[in-house]
Design a protein around this ligand. Structure first.
Ligand SMILES: NC(=O)c1ccc[n+]([C@@H]2O[C@H](COP(=O)([O-])OP(=O)(O)OC[C@H]3O[C@@H](n4cnc5c(N)ncnc54)[C@H](OP(=O)(O)O)[C@@H]3O)[C@@H](O)[C@H]2O)c1
Length: 355
């Protein structure tokens, strides 16, 4: 069995990792850490784990660290700035590191330090880290030692744009206009389990608001995804505005593109279906069906609908996922499966919960 550890097991993505990995046929969780709940059983903090896990949270002391070094894979479900302090030592010991925060997502050190206002502790490792989006970086993941798990919004944006950018790369001329507009919404769990007045029930329930309007940290990651990962041959200008919606889980991104004359000649529904025909977790809905967030709740699926209106030159891409699963913990498990040479879907066969 593969030995896994989760650093930061008391947060929302941490408990999702426990839920998913506990159901994984080839993995055992050997270690969970928490500073605030060291010495407490995981199922005391999360009664949903009663009968599933007997583990007790450990503090991040030297003894715990030595145990982490013995694990095959260490997940960091922590804020940015934590994994970067330990990645060097863990990978030297032979462990694979999967960071759910932003420490290893951006390849540009300058972009990281500008947007996260944090000095990077191991810039030399950025080059060797692989962005953990299997539908785009599967080959590179197979030999990765450090995985930068994507942000939730960038997952919807990059996978939502992939068929268009790839098709445009093969065309002689532009198929879409320079401007891409991403209008995105997230449930409140996207902000984590920390105490924050703006996330109180009386503030977030029965309310709807935009945030990060002047600039959000996921913008450079989306730009990197389009320019570097999808190797776009044309420059694109991306406008990204996220919103907080009064639901617990779920994420919905509506991507607005303007088609050129050449772009109108393409059957985009067919392009999307062809592009993702072999992807287990990306579902292209039949023409005329539109996704809703509950259709993916608690699952690793990401569902996409394509709406094309040639009269108005509009191509609208609707993308939904569970921010905590395909947007975080599920995607991390999917990448782990690729890194360790396992079947990609292991531990990820949960059917979405409705209603
Ligand atoms: N929530 C989402 O939908 C989502 C989606 C994609 C990516 N992410 C990213 O995933 C990471 C975790 O997110 P989350 O929502 O699970 O956050 P969270 O609910 O706030 O949990 C954070 C966890 O990290 C631990 N922690 C905090 N500071 C730490 C430190 N300095 N050293 C060690 N452990 C520390 C906390 O436990 P203790 O305080 O007990 O140590 C807690 O277990 C973040 O980087 C976030 O940006 C989140």
């Amino acid at each position: 069995m593969i030995s896994a550890a989760i650093v930061g097991g008391t947060g929302y993505t941490g408990v999702e990792l426990i839920r998913l990995l506990s159901d994984h046929p080839k993995v055992t969780i050997d270690l969970l850490t928490s500073r605030s709940h060291a010495g407490t059983r995981a199922d005391e903090v999360f009664p949903s784990l009663r009968g599933v896990s007997n583990l007790v949270f450990s503090d991040m002391d030297e003894a715990t660290f030595s145990e982490l070094e013995q694990c095959d894979v260490v997940f960091f479900a922590t804020p940015h700035g934590v994994a970067m302090q330990h990645a060097q030592r863990l990978t030297k010991a032979g462990a694979k590191v999967i960071d759910l925060a932003a420490d290893f997502r951006l390849q540009s050190l300058q972009e990281f330090e500008t947007w996260y206002k944090h000095k990077h502790a191991c810039p030399e490792l950025l080059k060797e880290a692989v962005y953990g989006l299997p539908e785009v970086t599967r080959e590179a993941l197979k030999t990765a030692n450090i995985v930068g798990n994507p942000g939730c919004y960038p997952t919807t944006a990059i996978l939502g744009l992939k068929p268009v950018i790839e098709q445009q790369n093969q065309a002689a001329e532009r198929l879409i206009d320079e401007r891409i507009i991403i209008d995105a919404k997230s449930g409140v769990s996207g902000a984590g389990r920390k105490a924050d007045i703006s996330l109180n029930f009386a503030e977030a329930a029965d309310n709807f608001k935009a945030y990060g309007v002047t600039g959000h940290r996921h913008l450079p990651e989306i730009e990197q995804g389009v320019a570097l990962l999808l190797a776009s041959k044309h420059a694109q200008r991306i406008r990204f505005v996220p919103h907080l919606v009064p639901m617990i889980r779920g994420m919905f991104s509506t991507i607005h593109l303007e088609l050129t004359e050449a772009g109108c000649a393409i059957d985009w529904q067919q392009q999307y279906e062809d592009c993702y025909a072999d992807e287990v977790f990306v579902d292209i809905l039949p023409k005329g069906l539109y996704p809703d967030s509950r259709s993916v709740r608690a699952s690793n699926f990401l569902r996409i609908a394509v709406y094309q209106n040639n009269d108005r030159r509009e191509l609208t891409i609707l993308v939904t996922q569970d921010n905590l699963v395909k947007g975080a913990a599920g995607q991390a498990v999917q990448s782990m499966n690729v890194v360790l040479g396992l079947e990609e879907y292991l531990g990820l066969s949960q059917i979405p919960i409705v209603p």
